[in-house]
Design a protein. Structure first.
Lengths: 359, 252
């Protein structure tokens, strides 16, 4: 019996090692390709995107798969992280010359603000169930995007000036406008590198996996499986729902900071932070398998690369993309396909390896 | 002083008085049976005791402490655990994790030490595993520890629910039809388990049951509920021979 249990723990560790191994191998291949110059510029530009989309998918999976609540405002939390992170960097670019410290702080601030917004939304709506949470988060995503589009923030000797009416902000001499409403923030130092993004992805993966396999994770999943029974064994429903929801939002915030420090001009456009983006992240989660963290990463990578490689189809691109999505959805959960995947798992390779050693 | 002392408990749903002036005194260590026809208000009485519904009238004292109107969570922390008539397991968790979810408030470490895998995580998880396996062994479920709860056969799911409730370390255990859907052999086994659990964990039990063999076999006292009010209350020999009870529930 004890043996069986230790086997199970080993299985969990093995799973994590495999996932992190895949990420590191992928990273190594990309680095080699960059060094040898065999990577196209298109692909180079996508590398960071792959990481922050993966982070978004993994963090949304915490809400959808582990907590069991539908959130349609994940891009909104990313938006909060992106703008707070960028504003912080703009404000402190002269004060903190060390890029590493400044960027780390920006990441923390972005995560913190996104988590704070997650908590505020959560307090208000986590008492609601099912569709209602989806509707409210959807509204939040749209509101935050439109709000930032009319927001002006400037910095001068006296400190931060924030306004949504007075676009001149009455800045002193030498002050600069950081956020110009719909024109957004431009000139943020591009501190995000592929390496940093991959490291963050691994850290976030570990945080979520460790959370799931702990007392709090068990409580969160108990709430998902049966709310009434969870209450009856004394699990504080609101507290753990909020915990999961704000961690999920905070991680979306980190993805946002990565995004805002990867582009030259950050605007709260519908394309980057709109409803479609939230749905896109949800598609990653659903296709990768609800509750399956590794699947989310794979789905995010595949579905981000796919439209880029379908560009040769020109006008038919999104049409084909949609068809590929449907086909993937059907085949992914086809019993025969699941069977095939089980037979060809990476884990089996490990087993064969150890068997050979024994023989 | 009785361990659980309920006086004049009642609730109405619209014009329906579902439970009315419900009085019961349960001494420590007793095994009490709650019976009555369908719709008599037995489960409603359980829901009142566990805080799922807030009573309109009356009060509930557990070991002299007033727990009337507390939340379900508060009542569980005060020492009342329950099972459900329709099984409510954490279906996608393993059998072991179901019991460990029950241990939630008895073994604590912070979320942060869980995420960072600090020593307190490993220490507490080990203790939790040991305790959970102990409880599972009593219910003969230790071989199934790593199975998903939803994959267990029906009888074992019922047992797992009791195991999970016991994990919260209650003073009083409320069992809502523990033998529902079980065959006679399983019922006998369940009776033995309940008797064993009561001794081993020193827990007081109040159970709802329609299986009269079980009720007559293990209950020390019986309370009969009919149309939300008390019909009879006392020793099994008296209650089960009471003509009113035979007329309303048992049948000739």
């Amino acid at each position: 019996m004890k043996n069986e249990r230790s086997k199970k723990i080993n299985k969990n560790i093995l799973n994590n090692v495999i996932t992190i191994g895949i990420i590191i191998i992928f990273y190594a291949i990309c680095q080699i390709m960059i060094q040898t110059g065999s990577m196209s510029n298109l692909m180079k530009g996508l590398l960071v995107n792959l990481c922050y989309y993966s982070i978004l998918a993994v963090s949304l999976n915490l809400t959808v798969g582990i907590l069991g609540e539908l959130s349609l405002g994940h891009a909104g939390f990313m938006c909060v992280g992106a703008f707070t992170g960028a504003i912080f960097t703009q404000c402190t670019v002269d004060i903190i010359p060390n890029t590493f410290i400044r960027f780390t702080l920006a990441l923390l601030i972005g995560a913190l603000f996104a988590a704070l917004f997650g908590m505020l939304i959560g307090v208000a709506v986590l008492r609601l169930r099912g569709d209602y949470l989806a509707i409210v988060t959807l509204a939040f995503g749209e509101i935050i995007k439109n709000f930032i589009n009319v927001l002006y923030i400037g910095l001068d000797g006296k400190g931060l000036h924030i306004s949504i009416i007075n676009t001149s902000l009455n800045l002193q001499d030498g002050g600069k406008v950081i956020l110009k409403g719909a024109q957004g923030i431009s000139g943020t130092p591009q501190n995000t590198t592929f390496t940093i993004a991959v490291i963050l992805l691994i850290i976030i993966y570990m945080i979520i996996v460790n959370l799931i396999k702990s007392r709090s994770g068990r409580a969160i999943m108990a709430i998902r499986d049966n709310r009434i029974a969870a209450e009856s064994v004394g699990i504080d429903i609101t507290r753990f729902k909020l915990l999961a929801f704000s961690i999920s939002a905070g991680m979306a915030g980190i993805a946002g900071v990565l995004y805002s420090h990867n582009i030259s001009s950050l605007t709260a456009s519908p394309k980057t932070f709109g409803y479609n983006q939230s749905i896109m992240i949800l598609v990653f989660v659903v296709l990768g398998g609800i509750g399956n963290i590794r699947g989310s990463i794979i789905a995010a990578v595949v579905l981000t690369l796919l439209p880029e490689y379908l560009r040769f189809l020109q006008d038919y691109r999104m049409l084909i993309y949609a068809i590929v999505l449907i086909v993937m959805m059907i085949f992914n959960w086809n019993p025969a396909c699941i069977e095939w995947r089980k037979r060809h798992q990476i884990k089996n390779l490990f087993n064969q390896f150890s068997k050979k050693k024994e023989a | 002083m009785a361990m659980l002392s309920v006086s004049n408990l009642g609730i109405s749903f619209g014009g329906l008085r579902a439970v009315d002036s419900f009085n019961i005194e349960i001494e420590k260590g007793e095994l009490y049976g709650l019976i009555g026809p369908n719709g008599a208000g037995k489960t409603t009485a359980f829901n009142l005791l566990t805080g799922v519904y807030k009573p309109d009238t009356g009060r509930v004292l557990l070991d002299g402490v007033n727990i009337t109107g507390l939340s379900t969570i508060g009542i569980n922390k005060a020492g009342i655990a329950r099972t459900f008539q329709n099984i409510r397991l954490f279906k996608n968790l393993s059998v072991l994790d179901n019991v460990k979810a029950g241990l939630h408030n008895n073994y604590k470490y912070s979320t942060l030490s869980g995420i960072l895998r600090l020593p307190s995580f490993f220490k507490t998880e080990r203790l939790m595993n040991e305790k959970a396996m102990d409880i599972l062994k009593v219910f003969d479920l230790d071989q199934e520890a790593n199975r998903l709860a939803s994959n267990l056969p029906y009888g074992k799911q019922r047992k797992l629910e009791i195991a999970r409730a016991l994990a919260t370390n209650p003073k009083l255990l409320l069992l809502d039809e523990p033998a529902a859907g079980m065959n006679p052999a399983e019922t006998v086994e369940l009776m033995e388990t309940i008797t064993l659990v009561r001794k081993k964990y020193d827990v007081t039990i109040l159970l709802i049951e329609h299986d009269m063999k079980l009720v007559a076999g293990i209950c020390e006292k019986i309370f009969v509920l009919n149309f939300g009010t008390e019909l009879a209350n006392g020793l099994p020999s008296e209650v089960l021979n009471n003509p009113e009870v035979i007329k309303a529930y048992l049948g000739a």
